[in-house]
Design a protein around this ligand. Sequence first.
Ligand code: PDD
Length: 285
Amino acid sequence: MSRWAYVNGRYVRHRDAAVHIEDRGYQLADGVYEVVGIRDGRLIDEAPHLDRLGRSLSELRIEWPVGRKALEFILREVLRLNGVRDGLVYIQATRGVARRDHAFPKDPTPALVVTAKHTSRPGIDVPGVRVVSRPDNRWDRCDIKTVGLLPNVLAKQSAREAGAWEAWFLDERGDVTEGASTNAWIVSEAGELITRQTDNGILAGITRATVKTICDSLQLKLVERPFSLAEAKRAREAFLSSATSFVTPIVGIDDTTVGDGKPGPVGRRLREEYLRHAGTGDRVT
Ligand code: PDD
């Protein structure tokens, strides 16, 4: 099946899809994005993802490139054209094309690209991943999901070179903020389920919010507070969350084994419940 993309009003073959060389996303990272997971032909948490897209756009004073209803239609069309049952849909909106100048152009026309990707269908049982800690050298608006991802790119690459899957960012106090592309969670030595509070220092993950609701329904007490790298290394469990990794257990942090080196019961249960949640909602493909 050939791949298709949506680019500024047209559905085009993926290999021919292109934006202008003076798109401000390309030249200045002046744009935002969303990644929505697809499971069994269902968009996972579409509405909160689109709400967050709206917030990111408004924080950067970029207009919606198309109305929300139109975007919902485009997502479905791209998924249908690509026959994606399990995978993700990627949405990128930029301030558009203009002669290069840092300041905003007058009356820009925002640009929109939507692509979709297949992934294998992950199950409940996963072996768990390793993370390494790296300094958080990002800006102070990590709550905006911008395409300006260089610190995340470099941290992720250095994790991969160290044989790990993810990098956990540390602030100047030695507290874990989040991963390069995921939110961070632990079950402390004392059995407290902890994830960092949301503010400008991290992205308010949609998966994080869903897991929070799941915790409520399971009557699992969640504490939203900073936790240090040292506390994480002593934790019973650690895991990460994102639209594409769902809830994934962490079995090692730097050179320290987490718990007994196997996915723990809380992370496993939350993954199971999250996958159950992902299986609700309307099929679109
Ligand atoms: N990343 N923190 C960061 C820095 C992220 O980039 C992401 C998502 C998350 C988790 O957010 P959510 O649960 O809404 O996916 C946290 C996406 C998947 C990406 O960049 O590919």
